[in-house]
Write a protein that binds this ligand. Structure first.
Ligand code: AMP
Length: 189
């Protein structure tokens, strides 16, 4: 199972990828978490990523592709994985396809958790109070992330639709309701 979890910021990707990881016993790789970890540790990667993240922009493709390439080559990812927050642009999706193709593999499916833009703002403001993420604190950054999602990430819908790998589920509801919708799609693979 090589799954991509897509969705606007605040759609619930992190929460749901943890549930999927548990049920299917495959690791969840979240580029946002990896980048936040690098910022916390003060590494070169963190220093480079911070400016983009604080502005709600995408970190350059080659940087995140490099991270993913390293992770996917590990033993832990041999039997599958869930990508949470990657790919986020067409060049990233193409790079992923080429990394997997070199290993004689391919993406199994992309599941997109859909929520309306109004809900993005509301959910992220709620999360800011709990998690204290820097990029959740400013309304301007949240708006930039919504715009980035529409401009750079949404084209992936067509990209994965073309290969018949795209599945959409309604992200409105409780964690359990959304989880059940994702599992009902995944159980068919
Ligand atoms: P997330 O935790 O997935 O919401 O990601 C937080 C921020 O990290 C994003 O707004 C981007 O600045 C950066 N980021 C995470 N994943 C990617 C990616 N695949 N490509 C580029 N930037 C990313």
């Amino acid at each position: 199972m090589k799954l991509i979890l897509m969705g606007a910021p605040g759609a619930g990707k992190g929460t749901q990828s943890a549930k999927i990881s548990e049920k299917y016993n495959i690791p969840a790789i979240a580029t946002g978490d990896i980048l936040r970890g690098a910022i916390k540790e003060g590494t070169e990667l963190g220093k480079l990523a911070k400016g983009y993240m604080d502005e709600g922009k995408l970190v350059p493709d080659e940087v995140v592709v490099g991270i993913i390439k390293d992770y996917l080559s590990t033993e832990a990812c041999k039997n599958g994985f869930i990508l949470d927050g990657f790919p986020r642009s067409i060049p990233q999706a193409e790079a992923l396809d080429s990394i997997l193709a070199k290993a004689g593999s391919e993406v199994t499916a992309t599941v997109s958790i859909m929520i309306p833009d109004e809900m993005v703002m509301e959910r992220i403001k709620g999360r800011a109070l709990k998690e204290g993420r820097a990029d959740d604190a400013s309304e301007e950054t949240i708006n930039n992330r919504i715009v980035t999602y529409h401009n750079q990430t949404e084209p992936l819908i067509e990209y994965y639709n073309k290969s018949g790998k795209y599945h959409e589920i309604d992200g409105i509801g409780t964690i359990e309701e959304v989880q059940a919708r994702i599992f009902s799609v995944m159980d068919k693979f």
